[in-house]
Every structure is written in structure tokens, then in C-alpha cells.
Design a protein around this ligand. Sequence first.
Ligand SMILES: Cc1ncc(COP(=O)(O)O)c(C=O)c1O
Length: 435
Amino acid sequence: MEFTRGKQLAARLRQLVPGGCHTYAKGDDQYPELAPALIARGNGCHVWDVDGNPFIEYGMGLRAVTLGHAYPAVVEAVRACLDRGTNFTRPAPEELACAEAFLALIDGADMVKFTKDGSTAASAALKLARRHTGRDLVAICAEHPFFSYDDWFICTTTADGGIPRVVYEQTVQFRYNDLASLRAQFAAHPGQIAAVFLEPARLEDPAPGFLEGLVALCHAEGALAVFDETITGFRWHLRGAQGLYGVVPDLSIFGKAMANGFSQSALAGKREFMHWGGRDRPDEDVFLLSTTHGVETPALVAAIATMEIYRSEPVVEHLHRVGARLADGLRQASLRHGLLAYVEPVGRPCNLFFSTRDPAGKPSQPFRTLFLQELIKRGVLGPSFVVSYSHQDEDIDRTIDAVDGALGVYARAIAAGTVDGLLVGSPSRPVFGRR
Ligand SMILES: Cc1ncc(COP(=O)(O)O)c(C=O)c1O
């Protein structure tokens, strides 16, 4: 495989755009040296880089593309809307249609406000909670890797340049499936915590009673429970993880899977909290998600079309089924190579990851990079194994073959105790560490 043109364009991009990309997770430092640098086009679960190399893709636009790249029904709906104009001086009917379609799925929410990304929606949820409670602090789940690009979250990471000192004092952390750790934060900061943020589930399922207990504890302490469903929304269940687990939060955030890669996210919740962003009462004074591009109609139309497909076709079932097939294939291949202690599937099949451990059994960036390099050589672009509705059994089986080949090389590195001599270039590195 040649990556010549990709390398040239990536070098120019790095000169013009800090980080060489617009999401750090897409950056050059996240991938092996021998990797496609820029993707030119996609179709279903297949992508082609600017050098013309084809790949079966996992990750799917950082999990935004649930149905598949250039999914015909979504593309058609958007194409039809483009001729009608895309942004007007008064609301468009699509805003009503999208709100109705969304709220028909998310039972616990009475109102919704749309915006372009999950970070903005999450920060708006915190603002509402602060207005409602008159408190400043936020408690976030320590194991969950990302809630927002805003300071209230980024201050807990090592990429925290440019954040005022005062912000650090306003974010505290608790542990998933550990109500005692949240109780301890409420006790340490009595009457000060406005909101509790967590993903309802990530790698592990909630322990019985955990989510219910968390919502009850928030209410007993006068705080709002906010579920970040940016990833779980429409992947875990048609009605979100809150639908799957049967627990209603006060506010929730949806994003990624809403519009099959178009830029659309949502802040949703109970009327008693969402109303602060209204204009009917004199005290409704929260400037809530008011932006020029918040609801350009193509993204709304894409969201409506995508949600319609979720309703009418077995999308979530498919994600779970093909994800489970891939998880099983990976586990079997790993077993055959004697590598189960080093490489194994992790997480829910609809949102699959894999571990990449070094000979000492520790998570390893060099070994991860080697695995990615060897998958890429075999036509699989797999920063994770996140599947879409377009991944068919034959794609999964071809991927398992690639995994098998990549694990052969991985086994040699484990036996040698190092990736030296096998990995070309430097190991990738995490976007940031957590404090
Ligand atoms: C759980 C979670 N919340 C929020 C966000 C932020 O979403 P966005 O990148 O659309 O701002 C992400 C992004 O990765 C996420 O994974």
C-alpha cells in the first residue's frame, strides 16, 4: 500500500490547521506511520483514502455514522431539502418535525433543543442545572472519557492549557457503579453540586439499581441527573440507554448517532428544567443554545430520515448481531494465537473495542499501534471495532481474517518482548490523560 499523497496532504494540513485535523482523535498521532492519512470517500462500511486504498472501516466517523457512509435514504432526503434553501429568518417546519420524531422516541423527555455537537449540548445541560439549582459545582463520572470540549470537563484532563483556576474548583468526580463515591462528593460539598454527569453505560453495564439509585440520590440532594447518551443514544436501544435500562434522567444529551454523520445533537429533558431556556416567563433567562447554524435544515432532515430508519428497520439488532460476530471472531483468533491475555474484545457488541496489552499485561500504545498497522496492511481501518448497519457478515468475516493475520505479527512481538523491528515509525499516543 502506498500512502504518498496522503502524507503530502497531511503535512500541508498540519501547517494550516493546528493538530492537522478538527477532532484530535482523528489526528496523525493517533495512527501508525503506515496509515491512510486522509479519507476521500466512503460507501456503506467501505472507505477509500486519497491514495485510492480501500478499507473496511470501523469507528464510522467517531461513531456518528450508524447506518453507513452515504446511506441512500439519508442522502436522498438531504438532497431533496437542499433545493428548498437551508437556513431562514424564522424557524423551519423541519424543526417541529424533528422535535416530534425525537420526542416520540425518548419517553422521559418533554422538550428538546437541537444544536450541532455533543459538547455544546452537554455544556447547555450544565448551564440549565446551574440555573435551576442556583449551584455551581458539577460531579462527573471519572471513568467516562469525554463529556465536552468546554473547560468544566477539560480541566480534568492533561490538555488543560488556558483554563481559569476557578473552573477547576467547580468539577468533582465520582466512580461508575459506586454510589458511595457520589454520596461522598455530596457530603464533601453540601448544597453545592448542581448536576451529576455520566454515560448510562460504557464498557460495563450498570450494576442492578445503580442508575435508579443515582437518580434518587441526585434528587434527595437537590441536584439534576444528566445522562450523556452521545454514544449510547440509538446504539444501545431505539429509545436510548435510558429506554433499555428503564431509568429516566432529568436531562440527557444525544449526538453522534442522530443524523448518520450530519452535524446534529440534542439536549432533551423534563419541562420543569428545559423551560428555563424559554421566553414565556420573566425569570426564563437562560440563553440556551441560540446559534446561527444550530438548525440548518439538511442536518434536521438527515436526523428525521435516520430516526425513521431506526424505527422501521432492525438497526440496533443488526449492530448487536454483527458486533457479536466480530467479537466472537476476534476472541477465537486471539485464542488460536495464544493471545487472549493481550488482545480481546471489550464492551458491548454495538460499540466494540479491543484491548492491546504488552508482554507484562499492561495496556500498551506501541502494541496497539502495531495491531492497527497490521490491520491496515490487510485492508481494515480499525481504531475500534464500532460497527454500522452497513457491515455485512462477509465484511465481518474478512475483518476476522485480517485480525488473524495481524495477531500472527502481534504474537511475534509478544514473544520478542517488543514491537521493535515490526512497528514502522512511532507509537500513537492518547489525546490526553485524565487527572
Ligand atoms: C460521551 C460523549 N459525550 C460528549 C461528546 C462530545 O461530542 P462532540 O464531539 O459532538 O462535541 C463525546 C464525543 O466523543 C462523547 O463521546
